[in-house]
Design a binder for this molecule. Sequence first.
Ligand code: MSP
Length: 537
Amino acid sequence: MNDLNERKTFALTTPLYYVNDIPHIGSAYTTIVADVMARWQRLQGNSVLLITGTDEHGQKIERTAAAKGLNPQEHCDRIATSFANLWAKLHIQYDRFSRTTAPRHQAIVNEFFERVWEKGDIYLDRQQGWYCVACEEFKEKRELLDNGCCPIHTNLAAEWRDEENYFFRLSKYQTQLEQFYQEQPDFIQPESRRNEVLNFVNQGLQDFSISRVNVAWGFPIPHDGQHTIYVWFDALLGYVTALLDPEDEPTLENALAKWWPIDLHLIGKDILRFHAIYWPAMLMSAGLPLPKRVFGHGFLTKDGRKMGKSLGNTLDPFDLVDRYGADAVRYYFVKEIELGQDGDFQETRFVNILNADLANDLGNLLNRTLGMVKKYCQNIPPQLTGVDIPNDNRLKNMGINLGGIVEQKYDALQFNQACEEILALIRASNKFIDESAPWSLFKQKQQAAVEQVLYAVLESVRLSAYLLSPIIPTLSSKIYQQLGFVIDFNTFRSEDGEDPPDGVSFSQHCQWGLPTNPQLGTPEPIFSKLELPLNDS
Ligand code: MSP
């Protein structure tokens, strides 16, 4: 936790999503994870910029719009809106929504292109090869399946291309990149992805084409109107354009002034090569500092199977949020999947986990404890603080270490482990109540002991809610309000330069042992048990 005067900046990105279709669960997953990290950084008192947006040029989008009989811009506008709508539904607190068709983005792309051109890193040559339009990427023949499709888009055959393109001299940066990976071992995470990249680079890097002649939907190459800029060369720079303040002139200097270099690019494993190899090489060529970290997460499957429209088993994120609520969806994907590993969605499992963790372990704990405060303490929470609780109290012991442990987990993007640590305190609290039996203590007229038990449990619930707030902000806000605190984690942002409205600093909220609020909110169940749809088992 920082002193507000030495606020660190933390800029992070989701990929800029293709607008060939409305958002799918994969895009929702990356964005949820990014939002969790952004919220955590804000809780730490850092000044945060979360960038998301849409990647709108290229052949894939051009063809999709044409198939719908729409002008490409009109198509992009519609789909970009659906992304913004989903992010609102999921309570994503993004700061910038970067669209690659924005005019100011073109200014940034042109300036960047000029730099690389001046460096002598762009040349005209013949491009021959197999192109997957869905990936917007050339593939080696050996990478394709027997049916001629790439392994990600198994229903769309790669197309043969033979045309003149401008190329970027990636090969020139072979040694510089290798050196960079060595000097910055944390640049690519997790370790398995880093190894993938190192193996690929070891095989020798080849220049790649950065223009197209048969794609009208893109920015023209500054020196040659016959070509448009390759969608990936344009899209990666969308991260830079996003850094401009609304009133800034669109120049590289302005864009890079405050937030550059980006602290974290969160992406899926399929687009690792672009972010971990092409992107740093492009930046080296333009003489710019490199991003600090690229984290490649795994892929989601449904009921153990790859998801896809043609397979008829997609998982609609809008529908999921409508049926179960944003916090439920956020919690499942963050807690159930180790970031970096592939993960599965199974609806029965989804419902069971939410009911067990949030409705039973957390929700019931709060509810029954508040019930006891009403019954045994005239609804006035015990006026104690952490120092009034003996040092051998189990919850105090766990609670005072929890903030530090969870901080390490969040910083390392081990969100599932952060959840497990917090759940351990919640489960221990349930056990502690059962074992200390405040109802018997009350009968025995041991009021001080009753109050210590109830304080220790309520304080553990409070701390758990605080530490879970990046993941389940609405539930955490409800818990906080019932405990008499006034923070709404969906509206209050620490980077606004203030402490929470209750006057207690963020670093204190992060520790076990806060004084209780004399006035409780109205107790209500925070999370109703979920039901499985009738056709599911
Ligand atoms: N437009 C490029 C990114 C350019 S960034 C400068 C792109 N867009 S995408 O919409 O196709 O993919 C966006 C993200 O969704 C990627 O990180 C990808 O890994 C992720 N996912 C797509 N399907 C997925 C799953 N089934 N599971 C998890 N994430 C997946 O690539």
